[in-house]
Design a protein around this ligand. Structure first.
Ligand code: ADE
Length: 218
């Protein structure tokens, strides 16, 4: 069972994602377990302070090192060998090949979701992997963490229940992309399903699918 721990100031953001669809099924099947760690619980003083102004000036607040260190230490106590992941726009671009690799690792994962305008750089000594989900800036690490987690969990053994769809779909082998698909009705608003898909010719269908597995140009 893959153990995934998530450190966040906004654990409720994960509720919908973790309690529905594939992610919920994966937990029911024992393929994965999740533990939320609320960073606020490790805040300093009576007001549970987690952020402070940057040295050298500048806008915004940074996450302080002490609460983040304490939260990561707690997660490490639960799972000493876990890989610690920091979603950040400065990280390495997240790829399907990495999702596949991580889904085969025996170790658990700890996601550190940073918020506000950033974090004290000294926390990076506790981080094993810095990952970005695209070349744009989001408000925090929660949405990137959900994206990364979803892409890994669906590849865990038994999660897709004997289907081969995870194997054949977009990017799974680094180049094959998912082809267009159709279901009933045969004609919808004057638009027909391509004849070849109704033909029953497996060879021709495979060729059509290969010819139509293309990525939209950037
Ligand atoms: N945090 C903010 N933006 C991000 C991005 N694009 N990828 C990962 N983490 C982020």
């Amino acid at each position: 069972m893959k153990k995934i721990q998530i450190i966040s100031l906004f654990p409720e953001m994960f509720e919908g994602v973790l309690h529905n669809s594939m992610m919920w099924k994966a937990q029911q099947e024992g393929a994965v377990s999740f533990e939320m760690i609320n960073l606020r619980d490790f805040g300093l003083g009576p007001r549970k302070q987690v952020d402070d102004t940057p040295y050298g000036g500048g806008d915004g607040m940074l996450l302080k090192p002490e609460p983040l260190f304490a939260a990561i230490e707690k997660a490490k106590q639960n799972d000493p060998d876990a890989v610690v992941v920091l979603p950040t726009p400065r990280g390495k671009l997240w790829k399907q090949a990495t999702a596949k690799h991580w889904s085969t690792l025996d170790t658990g994962l700890i996601f550190v979701c940073a918020r506000y305008e950033g974090y004290d750089e000294r926390i990076t000594e506790l981080i094993d992997e810095q990952v970005r989900v695209g070349d744009y800036v989001l408000t925090g690490g929660e949405l990137p963490a959900m994206t990364i987690i979803d892409s890994v969990v669906r590849l865990l053994p038994n999660v897709l229940g004997g289907e081969t769809s995870a194997e054949i779909e977009s990017f799974a082998d680094g180049q094959t992309l998912e082809y267009p698909q159709y279901t009933r009705p045969e004609e919808f608003q004057g638009k027909k399903v391509p004849d070849v898909l109704l033909s029953g010719h497996h060879g021709e269908i495979a060729r059509w699918r290969a010819d139509n597995s293309k990525i939209v140009e950037d």
